[in-house]
Design a protein around this ligand. Structure first.
Ligand code: IFM
Length: 483
């Protein structure tokens, strides 16, 4: 049997037979102890290409919007870049060894589009494909399920130069890229996520201008949201055409939206922002239409650049849904013009009375339970994977080199208890991925915010040291319950 056939048959055992069983057991979860997870629950960790890979210009990789953005003065704390990051491009073997030490069975990573199509169009770059081929094979050999995300924010710069996500043609380009990946890795990777956090990157990149490419243009933002929804439908079908057995989902960042006060204006603002943030991507993809009550009905189609047939194009009957949860969002009506017609609001993760992480985000584990129950009303019986959850704490090694991060353990413990309650109450969650396996490049914050279960010494050859939280999480994964 050839090595690839061997891996493929391994996948049939590791993925295809395991996960349906998880879905069944999650549904039949009734009488479990608090903090106990269903048999077969999948424990994992997550990273993303630009945040960990480095090797920004190696092996034919093209320039992405983040490669360009980090060079602009004042955009990234301390002038940091992802040029080297955790050097996972060369050290993916070390990362897989870490996953094994942590008893994890699922690795969520992302694929850098610019390694595959350096300019975002045209033929595939063989050396880029080879990298993800090696990573995939090494994960499968280690008994770890690969869960790639096709788009974690690193748009090819040439596509941005042609208009970026506000240009609806970008949806078709994304589908071409998805097709290349499905054809190359679909024989070994069963589960695929299309996008990471469509809400975060469209808002931050095109509306607020703090993420690459740094545009502050509310109308461009609205168009970007629609192109991304079209790309979901097209990308979904591209993967299914490449291999009809693929299980295709997407990852949504969700958060309960709480009015900052009981005033009617704040309550209306919270309701509208909830729809724009929690529902604006998943609802159109599942139903073909946008939530009402955000944009003025008469101008919505024009604002989004909708064309006849788009309702069908963006629809995709996702096989699973990925949810990321970090904090709650407090929303207030604002007198400032946001640029989005009918939506003058402020929304923040760091203004409540709750204890904060080092990033300043409110710690609110109950919100994890609440938002899972709420999203289940939209996603129905579809299996859910928690694709990210975690906290930034910036503990440094002590004199003996150990990293004591008790606050991260407390954060994870409280959130896992909430999650186990949601599962016991019928939310069909089959997997949890901690953000992140490694301290990494935290976008506009550079390396100043550490989310890792593993400490990375960026001044010392990216040396990795598992933190106390990592060893604790390894015990949770082995016991399948909160310890
Ligand atoms: O680091 C990010 C990740 O890229 C997307 N989700 C939130 C994380 C923490 O900010």
């Amino acid at each position: 049997m050839e090595r690839r056939d061997l891996l493929r048959s391994g996948l049939a055992l590791a993925g295809a037979s395991l996960l349906p069983q998880l879905t069944r057991s999650a549904a039949a979860s009734a009488a479990r102890e608090p903090g106990q997870f269903p048999p077969g629950f999948l424990w994992g960790a997550a990273t993303a290409a630009y945040q960990v890979e480095g090797a920004y210009n190696e092996d034919g990789k093209g320039e992405s919007v983040w490669d360009r953005f980090v060079l602009a003065p004042g955009k990234i704390k301390n002038g940091d870049t992802g040029n080297v990051a955790c050097d996972s491009y060369h050290r993916y073997g070390d990362d897989i060894a870490l996953l094994r030490t942590l008893n994890l069975k699922s690795y969520r990573f992302s694929i850098a589009w610019t390694r595959i199509q350096p300019s975002g169009t045209g033929p595939a770059n063989a050396r880029g494909l080879d990298y993800y081929d090696r990573l995939t094979d090494a994960l499968l050999e280690a008994g770890i399920r690969p869960l790639p995300t096709l788009y974690h924010w690193d748009l090819p710069q040439e596509l941005e130069d042609r208009g970026g996500w506000p240009n609806r043609d970008t949806a078709a380009r994304f589908a071409d890229y998805a097709s290349i990946m499905g054809r190359r890795l679909g024989d070994r990777i069963e589960h695929w996520a299309l996008f990471n956090e469509s809400k975060a990157f469209t808002q931050l990149s095109y509306w607020f201008g703090v993420f690459a490419p740094g545009r502050k243009d509310a109308l461009a933002f609205l168009k970007a949201t629609h192109t991304v929804n079209l790309a979901h439908g097209l990308g979904f079908r591209a993967l299914k055409t490449a291999n009809s057995k693929l299980q295709v989902g997407s990852v949504y960042d969700v958060s309960p939206h709480i009015p900052a006060s009981d005033s009617a204006a704040d309550r209306a603002a919270a309701e509208a922002m909830d729809k724009l943030s929690n529902l604006w991507f998943v609802v159109p993809v599942l139903t073909g239409s946008y939530p009402e009550g955000v944009l003025p009905a008469a101008s919505q189609a024009a604002l989004l650049g909708m064309q006849s047939g788009d309702e069908q194009t963006m629809r995709a009957d996702l096989d699973f849904v990925g949810l990321n949860y970090y904090s709650l969002t407090r929303v207030a009506a604002s007198t400032q013009n946001s640029g989005v017609p009918g939506l003058d609001v402020t929304a923040d993760w760091a203004v409540g009375p709750d204890e904060k992480t080092d990033f300043g985000w409110d710690i609110y584990p109950q919100g994890f339970y609440d938002i899972l129950k709420r999203m289940q009303q939209v996603t129905g019986k579809r299996p859910i994977e928690i694709t990210e959850n975690g906290a930034a704490y910036n503990n440094k090694p002590d004199a003996t080199g150990q990293i004591h991060d008790a606050k991260r353990i407390a954060y994870l413990r409280a959130h896992l208890l909430s999650l186990s309650r949601a599962i016991a109450d019928g939310v069909p969650v089959r997997a949890y991925h901690c953000w992140s396996l490694l301290d990494n490049f935290e976008w506009a914050q550079g390396y100043s915010q550490r989310f890792g279960l593993t400490y990375v010494d960026f001044d010392n050859h990216q040396r990795r040291t598992i933190k106390e939280s990592g060893y604790w999480y390894a015990k949770v994964a082995a016991a399948n319950r909160v310890v």
